[in-house]
Design a protein around this ligand. Structure first.
Ligand code: PLP
Length: 414
């Protein structure tokens, strides 16, 4: 008995020793990793808090993996209803949505389209692909969107449309833009790629003009990795976009009366998109909450201008952008480098379109005129950057980001 007990104890001891050693090593490795692994707060990560996996598995299990299937219809129906419009056309990305919109409006060589110079390049490129010429307008100092007061001066007899890009989650001055559109008989495309859920006087961005375009790229408020949608109240535009999205197939199938492209979305992507729409309020409010937290944490910080929310507008703070004031004597690059050293990821603001070599150097005959002056866009492009803005960023991380920024700015006045 005794010897059995002793043996058992001895065995226990050896087993304990066996487990103890690796445990010690694990602790050492962890400590080492902690030392090695610096804090890193990415500028944006996707957030999939609902049925995304379940619906993707369903699409796979039922073998509906291509560009037909129930999730495409559900996603289109759900997102367009959320925006308050009748039609939604899912497509492969935000650029595709913009190009489909330009095609549906019949833009062509010889036409001019008003676009902001302070934007990501997609809307300008979409215009160029149709053969029409983009005409650039400077940014509004407060919202960073197209300066609606400067649009009229750029309208000519050739102007056919205005593309209003709701920048970083803040709506454009849609009343002025729509009034100009009525006055000069122009069409309006809203680029709401960055502004899911943003509102102008109670209306969802994307639902006010003739066609609204969205991106669902990985950093967007609703995402499916890659994806897009064009929404409209207009049945004719919806039918055209549906047709062009799929090579403009007609009857007989392989006889084409019109030019078409392949901008189809897969049912697998739409499965993620539909799941995201089930949580759309939660996703939009989370992003908005991130913006409001930063507003609190950074209020009255010397050296930066914070984003605003104009009266009658709902800013969804897709990315929380700050602009360095002239008091800051260090270059923006030094500031963002210092943030990076502290594990805070940032992105510089867009480089305005009139500064793009592809337009001022390139062989594009319909490239925009880059010789005008765009003071606000220049300043934004030089002095702006955005902070980590993931919808599920913790308050602790936001507080850390704000503290790092304040500390770095305090040493940057001379
Ligand atoms: C304002 C704007 N329009 C269009 C797009 C293009 O969207 P996508 O990347 O899905 O083609 C983007 C980009 O992400 C954007 O920021």
């Amino acid at each position: 008995m005794g010897s059995y007990k002793n043996k058992k104890m001895a065995r226990k001891k050896t087993e304990k020793n066996k487990t103890e050693k690796p445990m010690k090593m694990a602790v050492i490795t962890e400590a080492h990793e902690k030392k090695e692994k610096k804090k890193f707060i990415p500028v944006c990560t996707p957030w999939l808090p609902g049925n995304e996996k379940k619906y993707v598995n369903d699409a796979l299990d039922t073998n509906w993996i291509s560009s037909a299937g129930k999730y495409i219809d559900k996603f289109e129906e759900s997102f367009s209803r959320y925006c308050g419009v009748s039609y939604g056309l899912a497509c492969s990305n935000g650029f595709a949505a913009l190009h489909l919109a330009c095609m549906a409006l019949g833009l062509k060589k010889g036409d001019e389209v008003i676009v902001p110079t302070f934007t990501m390049s997609a809307p300008v490129n979409a215009v160029i692909l149709t053969g029409a010429t983009p005409v650039l307008v400077d940014a509004d100092k407060e919202t960073f969107c197209i300066d609606a007061r400067k649009i009229e001066g750029k309208i000519t007899g050739k102007t056919k449309a205005i593309i209003a890009v709701h920048i970083y989650g803040h709506p454009c001055a849609m009343d002025t833009i729509m009034a100009l559109a009525r006055k000069y008989n122009l069409k309006v495309i809203e680029d709401a790629a960055e502004s899911h859920g943003a509102e102008y006087k109670g209306k969802k961005c994307g639902s006010i003009g003739d066609i609204g375009c969205f991106s669902f790229y990985g950093n967007k408020i609703l995402t499916m990795g890659e994806g897009g949608m064009a929404i409209t109240h207009n049945k004719i535009y919806a039918e055209k976009m549906k047709k062009y999205r799929n090579y403009a197939f007609e009857h007989p199938r392989f006889l084409h009366q019109e030019f078409g492209v392949n901008y189809r979305l897969t049912n697998i992507q739409a499965a993620i998109g539909f799941a995201q729409t089930e949580n759309v309020e939660k996703l939009v409010e989370a992003r908005r909450h991130i913006g409001e937290n930063y507003n609190q944490l950074l209020q009255e910080t010397r050296g930066i201008v914070l984003p605003i929310e104009k009266e009658g507008c709902k800013n969804v703070y897709w990315m929380y952008g700050v602009v360095l004031t002239k008091e800051i004597k260090k270059a923006r690059e030094e500031i963002v480098e210092a943030l990076k050293e502290n594990g805070v990821d940032t992105r510089n603001f867009f480089i305005p379109m009139h500064q793009q070599p592809v337009f001022y150097n390139g062989p594009l005959e319909n490239a925009p005129d880059c010789t005008d002056s765009y003071f606000i866009a220049d300043a934004l492009g030089r002095r702006g950057f955005y902070l980590p803005s993931s919808s599920n960023l913790s308050l602790e991380d936001q507080t850390y980001v704000a503290a790092c920024l304040k500390e770095i700015l305090s040493k940057s006045f001379n």
